[in-house]
Design a binder for this molecule. Structure first.
Ligand code: FE2
Length: 258
């Protein structure tokens, strides 16, 4: 009994790369061709409309199952001068979705931090994005030389002329980024969360009250960690960022307002 060919249009395969892979398919793939023709399986007699509904439900399930949310969360910050390591939520809390972060150029993944050496998704990201350089950093008073100075410089608002890529392998920390209106968004990253801050975005980093993060740093070619403290709006990297993400967003709102 031959299985239904894999080109069967009723086989639904959905791949999702946000940290998990989910594959759905109709049970027809397990049926012999003869049974398939007889349409004994209710899925096979489903109309195209029904299949569309099934696909929509699957997409909704995938969105709900977005594994990134377990390890990366973002919200607008309050204006308090309290300890920078506190969450600094607004009242009421104002969360920011990962899609909103993507609109700022901030990319995110959830990866398998306990199996870094064999993680095919990490390898693929590195290959696709050209991240040839990799090292590990631990930020805590005991492990980081010149801890006090470093933690201060990390929290100075700055930009880089290249992407800042951080993959949290242990502990946690906050990456703060400016939105289109110059408001601070706090991005909390835990073990398994990987983020890319685009070149030219103003940002800063701080530990949270756990006081520890272990992170993989990735880079295209030889790493350049130079921070350019705000203001450095004249740098080409900043101009390109503004053009690609800030002005584009302003243009969208202008069109909407017409
Ligand atoms: Fe930075």
């Amino acid at each position: 009994m031959d299985p239904v060919p894999p080109t069967d249009p009723e086989v639904v395969v959905v791949r999702y790369t946000g940290g998990r892979e989910v594959v759905f398919f109709s049970s027809s793939v397990f049926l012999p061709a003869s049974d398939y023709k007889d349409s004994l399986n209710p899925i096979l007699v489903a109309s195209k409309e029904k299949i569309s509904i099934i696909i929509i439900i699957i997409i909704i399930i995938i969105i709900i199952m977005d594994g990134r949310k377990d390890v990366i969360e973002a919200w607008y910050m309050d204006d308090s001068d309290e300890d920078q390591r506190l969450p600094h939520h607004r009242e009421p809390k104002e969360f920011v979705s990962l899609d909103q972060l993507a609109e700022l150029g901030v990319l995110s993944w959830r990866l398998e931090a306990d199996d870094v050496d064999n993680d095919k998704e990490l390898k693929k990201i590195r290959k696709d994005r050209g991240y040839s350089y990799m090292d590990l950093i631990e930020v805590c008073p005991e492990k980081l030389p010149n801890y006090e100075d470093k933690i201060k410089s990390f929290f100075e608002e700055h930009l880089h002329t290249d992407e800042e890529i951080r993959y949290c392998l242990g502990g946690s920390g906050y990456f703060d980024v400016r939105d289109h209106s110059d408001r601070w968004i706090r991005v909390a990253v835990k073990k398994g969360g990987m983020i890319v801050l685009p070149a030219g975005i103003y940002h800063r980093f701080t530990l949270d009250t756990n006081n520890y993060i272990k992170a993989m740093r990735l880079f295209v070619g030889e790493p350049v960690w130079t921070p350019y403290n705000r203001p450095h709006d004249h740098l080409p990297a900043r101009k390109e960022y503004v053009e690609a993400f800030v002005n584009k967003e302003a243009g969208c709102h202008a069109v909407e307002a017409r």
